[in-house]
Design a protein around this ligand. Structure first.
Ligand code: BT5
Length: 326
């Protein structure tokens, strides 16, 4: 085993047990001496892990460093595809831009890029995603599904549902979904998603799912450039969210949903999206390119387009744009 894989296994075992694990048990489990276990514990402490050592009890993981690392994210992750390669950066222009470049260079499906801060975080349609350091999650995933470019829009359902599930797993808050790609808490935006694609006419080469979640950001860090009410999980729940635990929960949900998508198509994931979005039957104002109109939402089609019934009875299909609930 390499140093990294022993470190990873120690973290995994300490996390799984929750309390103390004896040096003897760890040494047995890992097939290394107790002195080696102690050396690895010291190494992990040097990386910011707070591991208590009590002679009669053994070792206990008290706290993990706040910075995301491949070691911390990957230890015991046990996903099938998502997280096959983990790249954790301190600062970058945009995790989507990095993931896109890596994918062009042949990065495998499931490659994940995170950053502590983004200097040019991207929203949709050339907008900016505010990305201060040390407080939020900025994460991008490379997928290589064998689907047509038109069908790739369906992957938005997947990342939206995964974020909603991760919020429920890590907090007591109730996320709401707003078409096409927003997650709200109490009507305020807490997460945004940006999928980008490299494709030919008939086939997708790769898709990058970009996910930004406001975890511990304060209102004051948002600045003036935000068009709609925004918030963070800390502002809404009053409790700091462990960034590593949240990221791991999100990667697991993505993995499970992507598995389902590949096995059964977009149907089941879209059904959960629809159930959670509670948008059917609502009156909305739609802005899509030069088009602006109001109407009642009938649902979404299998490609993720919003179906809106306009006064007079016609049905409008909206592939991209913004909606405001009336
Ligand atoms: C989005 O665009 O919501 C997509 C955001 C995707 C961000 C992730 S972070 C990881 C990955 N790497 C990237 O570079 N991007 C992705 P859109 O629906 O266009 O919303 C953008 C609008 O939301 C902005 O114009 C602001 O009004 C507002 N906004 C900007 N930063 C925000 C934030 N941190 N929280 C809430 N709202 C924000």
């Amino acid at each position: 085993m390499t140093t990294d894989s022993v470190d990873g296994r120690i973290l995994e075992l300490l996390r799984a047990g929750g309390g103390f694990a004896s040096g003897a048990a760890l040494s047995r489990e890992l097939g290394v001496s107790r002195t080696a276990v102690w050396k690895h514990v010291k190494g992990l402490r040097g990386q910011g892990y707070r591991i208590e050592a009590v002679p009669t009890k053994g070792y206990c993981l008290v706290a993990s460093p706040d910075l995301l690392t491949p070691l911390g994210l990957g230890a015991g992750l046990a996903t099938r595809r998502i997280g096959s390669r983990l790249v954790c950066l301190r600062e970058t222009e945009s995790t989507n831009a990095v993931a896109f470049r890596l994918a062009e260079e042949g990065a495998p499906e499931g490659t994940v890029v995170t950053a502590d801060a983004q200097t040019a975080g991207k929203g949709r349609l050339g907008r900016v995603w505010i990305s201060p350091p040390g407080v939020n999650l900025y994460l991008s995933v490379v997928l290589r599904p064998l689907i047509s470019p038109v069908a790739a829009c369906q992957l938005t359902f997947l990342s939206v549902v995964a974020v909603a599930r991760a919020i429920e797993a890590c907090t007591t808050l109730a996320p709401q979904i707003k078409w096409p790609n927003d997650i709200l808490i109490a009507g305020k935006k807490v997460a945004g998603l940006l999928n980008e694609m490299n494709a030919e006419t008939e086939k997708v080469n790769f898709v990058v799912l970009g996910i930004g979640v406001n975890l511990n950001m304060r209102h004051s860090q948002l600045g003036a450039g935000v068009r709609h009410p925004a918030t963070s999980l800390l502002e809404e729940g009053g409790v700091e969210v462990d960034r590593e635990a949240f990221a791991r929960a999100l990667l697991r949900e993505l993995d499970q949903l992507y598995d389902r998508f590949l096995a059964d198509g977009e149907g089941p994931v879209r059904a959960e999206w629809l159930e959670r979005s509670a948008i059917r039957g609502r009156q909305v104002r739609v802005s899509s390119g030069a088009r602006e109109f109001s109407g009642e939402v009938q649902g979404v089609d299998s490609f993720g387009a919003l179906l809106v019934q306009v006064p007079g009875g016609g049905l409008e299909t909206v592939l991209s744009g913004d909606v405001t609930l009336c």
